[in-house]
Design a protein around this ligand. Sequence first.
Ligand code: AMP
Length: 223
Amino acid sequence: MNIIVIGPQGSGKGTQADLIGPKIGAAKLSTGDLFRAEIAAETPLGLRVKEILASGNLVEDELTLAIVDERLNTLASDGISSYIFDGFPRTTAQAVGLDQLLETRGQKVDAVIELTVPEDVLIERMSSRRVCSGCGANYNLAFQTTQRDDICDQCGGQLVQRPDDMPGAIRKRLQLYNDLTKPLLDFYGARGLVTTVDGNQDVERVQEAIVHALSAAAINSEA
Ligand code: AMP
C-alpha cells in the first residue's frame, strides 16, 4: 500500500509516518530527510540545495523527483515496495511525476491522509522544534524535556534550531503549503483518495485515526 501524508510543516507528518510505516509494512520516504542527509554529507546535491532549505523555499521539481526515483530503486533492491511519503509530493508537477514513477513499477497511490492543524499551533510547534547537531534526532521542547537543557539525550550533541524553523522561513513555508501543496487535495480528492484527520490532538489519537482511515482505504481498494 502506498500512502501520502499531506499537511503543513509542523502538522506531525514525519512523526506519524514513523509510527504508521512499521505497522503497515511501508518504508517512510521523506524528501526533507533525504535532502538533509545530502547536506550533512556535503555532496554536490547537498551543496546545491543547502540555501534553498535554509530559506524555506522548495527544491526544483526535477531534482526532487530524481532523488525520489533513486530512493525507490534503493528500497526496491532491498525488497521494499510499500511506501509512506512524507513531505512529498508538494506540487502538482511532483504528484504527476510520482504517478509516473509508481506506474513504471506497476504501482499507484492508494491513500492520502491530510493532517489539519490551526496555523497558530503550527507556528508554536515549529518554533519549539530542535534537532541534534550530532546525530540528527528530533525534539520538540513544547512536549519533551531533555535530561540536560539543549543537549541530546541520545548522543550528548548540542540541540539547535533548524534554519527553516526560524520565523521568516516558517511564514514562507506555510505560504508555499497553501499556494502549491494544498491544491493536491483536489488532485487526489478527484480520485476519492483523501481522508482528513485532525492533527491537533495527542499523537496516539492521530495515529488511531490514520490507521482507521487506512483500513477503510484498504477495503475500498479491494472492493
Ligand atoms: P521537510 O522536512 O519536509 O519540512 O522539508 C524541509 C525542506 O526540504 C523544505 O522546506 C524544502 O526546502 C525541501 N523539500 C522537502 N521536500 C520537498 C519537496 N517535495 N519538494 C521541494 N522541496 C522539498
